[in-house]
Write a protein that binds this ligand. Structure first.
Ligand SMILES: NC(=O)c1ccc[n+]([C@@H]2O[C@H](COP(=O)([O-])OP(=O)(O)OC[C@H]3O[C@@H](n4cnc5c(N)ncnc54)[C@H](OP(=O)(O)O)[C@@H]3O)[C@@H](O)[C@H]2O)c1
Length: 188
């Protein structure tokens, strides 16, 4: 089982524009069943974690589309605020250090994976705590120049797999840890 940050990103490393819009992403064509297919990925997911901005984006999107909460798995939302929960959704709120939440995520996921939906800082908090195993990105053929960053930390990763899906380039990385240049040298 793995804790995997699986997301789409722009070529210049943004998850969303400065106003949290994903319009640039939602208009891209996808090959259902292709590389890093989301439905296939979700079959291996046992628990979900996301930040409150992402959660509120999902709620607003459901409001517009009239769709139901899309996840059967329990979902943890990191927040210091009181937020609403859609009917029928298994949503749990947590705040503070990610270690305790991660232990709950692993327990809920069992033999399956934990999906870190985003945003980037939450993925960064998990990486800093040594709890993020993988980063899987689908890179859209778009640049935004500014927005919500993909992973605002200094990390080394190891490329494990690449593919294409429609207009997206997909890549899977193992998280190795802090950037080599930042690791304390013996005796320093
Ligand atoms: N491209 C994609 O596929 C993709 C994927 C994911 C997200 N997105 C989008 O990217 C944007 C992400 O925004 P973001 O990176 O700014 O935010 P985010 O991670 O979704 O939310 C950040 C907020 O979560 C809460 N939070 C985070 N860590 C916490 C902790 N340890 N304890 C308590 N609360 C914590 C804080 O809010 P409060 O305490 O104030 O509630 C914080 O301001 C959203 O627009 C989202 O829709 C896109």
């Amino acid at each position: 089982m793995s804790t995997t940050y699986h997301t789409a990103t722009t070529l210049d490393g943004f998850l969303a524009d400065p106003e949290d819009s994903l319009d640039w992403l939602l208009r891209q064509p996808l090959e259902e069943g292709g590389a890093q297919d989301h439905a296939r990925f979700m079959q291996g997911v046992g628990a979900i974690v996301m930040g409150s901005t992402t959660y509120e984006w999902v709620l607003a999107h459901l409001e517009v589309t009239g769709e139901a909460w899309p996840y059967a798995q329990p979902a943890w939302v990191m927040t210091t605020r009181e937020l609403t929960v859609p009917v029928g959704a298994d949503v749990r709120f947590a705040a503070g250090a990610v270690d305790a939440v991660h232990a709950q995520l692993l327990a809920a996921a069992g033999d399956l994976d934990v999906w870190v939906v985003g945003g980037g800082d939450l993925a960064g908090q998990l990486a800093e705590a040594g709890l993020l195993d993988e980063v899987v990105v689908s890179i859209a053929p778009v640049t935004l120049g500014a927005g919500r960053p993909l992973l605002p930390r200094r990390l080394d990763l190891r490329l494990e797999e690449t593919a294409a899906n429609g207009v997206f380039v997909t890549a899977r990385y193992a998280v190795l840890g802090p950037l080599l240049e930042d690791r304390a040298q013996p005796g320093s």
